[in-house]
Ligand binder design. Structure first.
Ligand SMILES: NC(=O)c1ccc[n+]([C@@H]2O[C@H](COP(=O)([O-])OP(=O)(O)OC[C@H]3O[C@@H](n4cnc5c(N)ncnc54)[C@H](OP(=O)(O)O)[C@@H]3O)[C@@H](O)[C@H]2O)c1
Length: 251
């Protein structure tokens, strides 16, 4: 049986993807820079990629240099695809973000350029809206200040399990080019999402919705990052919060 390579298998989404594909019976190998992974390798330098891709039937490309806003992502994607082209040309599924072509945010520009590489290779691009965990991270950072500033924009958070399920379907039934954008089950306002986080953690801090200037914020405000036409039927934000914070006062 050919294996499925999951890049970024130590990440928020990659962990879910690898786990789900395994439960469906696939031979899944993870790639990460950390020792102890099935394949230790560095996409940015290309180290370890030949071994990781040798015998791969499909690749789910979840890795991203998120801590440095995608700085090495173009080199990484190029290296991955160049090696894949030499080693049997497996199907590649790339995880992107809804609105990368409409929001002039630097990380999104990098994602869009990476999408172009995937498209030229003949892979599949799946754009998703913001993950629950990502929105939670934003709320946590905002809640460190005595006044909790929340961007006054809509948000359509989705669970990584739902994104992983869609990816697993795309592994089974490849779609050429861009798959339909995938959004969370409901469109909410970021201030109400942050407020629910404060309530779930027992915080009494005051929340202040903020309206920021600039084209990027305007695009977010206009909902360019949403996929209202294709909501998932999976976990809602409120259920995610309840699962994460079963007892008030936990952070
Ligand atoms: N966060 C969101 O709301 C959201 C929404 C839609 C789409 N996405 C996309 O979904 C993907 C996954 O996001 P995430 O939040 O799961 O990311 P994450 O938790 O930050 O994980 C990033 C992963 O990339 C790996 N990685 C980074 N640089 C690498 C390199 N040079 N070589 C090998 N591995 C490398 C990391 O592995 P090691 O550090 O172990 O090497 C880690 O496993 C990204 O492409 C992101 O743009 C995210």
């Amino acid at each position: 049986m050919k294996h499925i390579l999951v890049t970024g298998s130590t990440g928020t989404l990659g962990r879910q993807v690898a786990g789900l594909l395994r439960t469906r019976g696939a031979d899944v190998r993870g790639l990460s820079r950390r020792p102890g992974q099935a394949y230790q390798g560095d996409l940015a330098t290309g180290a370890g990629l030949d071994a990781a891709l040798d015998g791969a039937g499909a690749v789910v490309h979840c890795a991203s240099d998120t801590r440095r806003f995608g700085r090495s992502d173009i080199d990484s994607t190029r290296n991955l695809l160049a090696t894949a082209s030499r080693t049997g040309h497996p199907h590649v599924i790339f995880v992107s973000i809804v609105g990368v072509d409409r929001i002039p945010y630097p990380y999104y520009r990098i994602k869009l350029e990476a999408e172009g590489l995937i498209d030229a290779y003949g892979g599949t691009i799946l754009r998703a809206t913001q993950f629950h965990d990502f929105v939670l991270g934003g709320a946590r950072i905002a809640a460190r200040l005595p006044l909790v500033f929340a961007p006054d924009v809509p948000v359509q958070p989705i669970s990584t399990q739902d994104v992983a399920a869609r990816i697993a379907d795309l592994v089974d039934t490849p779609v050429p080019g861009r798959a339909a954008d995938l959004g969370g089950p409901e469109v909410l306002r970021a201030p109400e999402v942050f407020r629910s986080y404060l309530a779930a953690t027992g915080s009494r801090r005051r929340l202040v919705p903020v309206r920021l200037p600039g084209a990027t914020f305007r695009a977010f405000r206009d909902g360019a990052h949403l996929a209202p036409a294709n909501p998932s039927s999976g976990e809602r934000w409120s259920d995610f919060l309840t699962a994460r914070f079963p007892a008030t006062g936990t952070t």
